[in-house]
Design a protein around this ligand. Structure first.
Ligand SMILES: [Zn+2]
Length: 397
């Protein structure tokens, strides 16, 4: 009468409640022929036995199946048992196809949403995902990427370490903190870690120490976007200080200045460029800091070799010293502390740009599922690319 794609069951009735959620009544088509314990064929029906099983939704409506079966008894060994159904999970309360669906959905939806969608409890969803994580972790093979990116993401007032295959553009590990010991342990755990040819990171000493300890003299590259961020921070400080000295009514006309100042010159529209020129004409005290910022960015853009970059930078430092404001003294001392690693970029032109967008994915996943334990969050991030996408569907005519 009804075919719901579970051939072991005979569906006898369908009932729909006021929410259009539906319950099927079903019987089991075949009865067992022998005792699963001793193999004896001498078995008898013991008593009736009903089970309630959740199944996949139908058109967004929740589905339950009441399976009317029996318990059997073995006359040989006394063992009692029910029909073994291939379509039902070992818990006996969910169909296997529902579990398969929930496993995949856990990567994109919160436990809470899934629990509501299928009318099951949140702990059940969590348990399903945890079983899945265990399975996935067995087939997860850690490897050493050619270029390793080390970064962090701030979650729950804690910095988690994020390790990225820079060329493959994926997260290969997450750690609960970013201490030297933790980073070292991760690096040591990587098979063939001598294959790592370059490590990109931001200016965080424990990363550097850990890499030196474990990977020796592998070139470390400080991510250029972090450097530009530092540079912009210095410029922003200068802008604020100069602004403070101005009279109130003049400040009002500077509303848009922050944006015009910090955006790379080449990314401004013609109209915005014109606005900026007018601002700089009206307030010439901003000129030097602004042009120095752009000049520094040009080093990254145009230097053809490390030698070239080092020379351009030396000139730039001189230009800053020649100005009264010494606008970038603090920035220059930061660069001084990481000089080798910063200029390594010009021999190994890798950045952590991808990591930033991966970090956004991590934040999104974390925000969606408030209260994830770290292992759950880590699994959601690490294994998301393992779950295969379905192929293209076309209508059959
Ligand atoms: Zn038996």
């Amino acid at each position: 009468m009804y075919d719901i794609g579970l051939p072991e069951l005979e569906i006898t009735e369908k009932m729909t409640d006021e929410n259009n959620d539906c319950t099927y009544q079903a019987t089991v088509k075949t009865s067992p022929s022998e005792c699963p314990e001793c193999g004896s064929a001498h078995i008898v029906k013991h008593k009736k036995h009903d089970r309630m099983v959740r199944d996949l939704n139908e058109y967004e409506h929740r589905v339950g199946i009441i399976i009317h079966g029996h318990r059997y008894q073995c006359k040989e060994c006394g063992n009692t048992f029910g029909e073994e159904l291939d379509c039902v999970d070992k818990s006996g309360r969910l169909t296997k196809r529902l579990i398969a669906k929930i496993r995949l959905e856990c990567f994109d939806k919160t436990f809470k949403d899934i629990a509501g969608e299928y009318g099951i409890s949140q702990p059940s969803v969590k348990r399903i995902f945890e079983d899945y994580i265990d399975e996935l972790s067995e087939s997860f093979i850690p490897y050493s990427p050619q270029v390793l990116g080390i970064d962090e993401v701030h979650l729950h007032s804690q910095y988690c370490g994020v390790f990225v295959d820079v060329l493959g553009q994926k997260v290969i590990e997450m750690t609960e903190n970013r201490n030297k010991v933790t980073v070292k342990m991760f690096l040591e755990s990587l098979p063939d870690n001598h294959k790592i040819q370059c490590v990109t990171m931001d200016m965080w000493q424990p990363y550097k120490d850990a890499v030196l300890d474990v990977l020796g003299d592998v070139p470390i590259v400080i991510d250029k976007f972090h450097i530009i961020k530092e540079l912009n921070r210095a410029l922003e400080e200068i802008r604020r200080t100069l602004r403070k000295d101005m009279e109130k009514e003049k400040r009002a006309s500077l509303k848009n200045m922050r944006f015009l100042f910090l955006t790379g010159g080449e990314n401004l529209t013609p109209r915005q460029s014109k606005q900026l020129d007018m601002l700089l004409e009206a307030y010439p005290q901003f000129k030097t800091p602004y042009y120095l910022k752009e000049a520094f960015r040009n080093i990254y853009q145009f230097a053809e070799s490390r030698e070239d970059a080092e020379k351009l930078y030396a000139d730039w430092v001189q230009a800053n010293a020649d100005e009264d404001c010494h606008a970038y003294d603090g920035f220059i001392s930061t660069v001084g502390n990481w000089h080798t690693e910063i200029f390594n970029y010009f021999d190994n032109r890798y950045t952590n740009a991808q990591t930033e967008s991966l970090n956004n994915v991590i934040r999104e996943v974390d925000r969606a599922g408030r209260g994830y334990t770290f292992p759950v969050l880590r699994a959601k991030i690490l294994y998301r690319h393992i779950t295969a996408k379905k192929g293209k569907f076309t209508f059959k005519k």
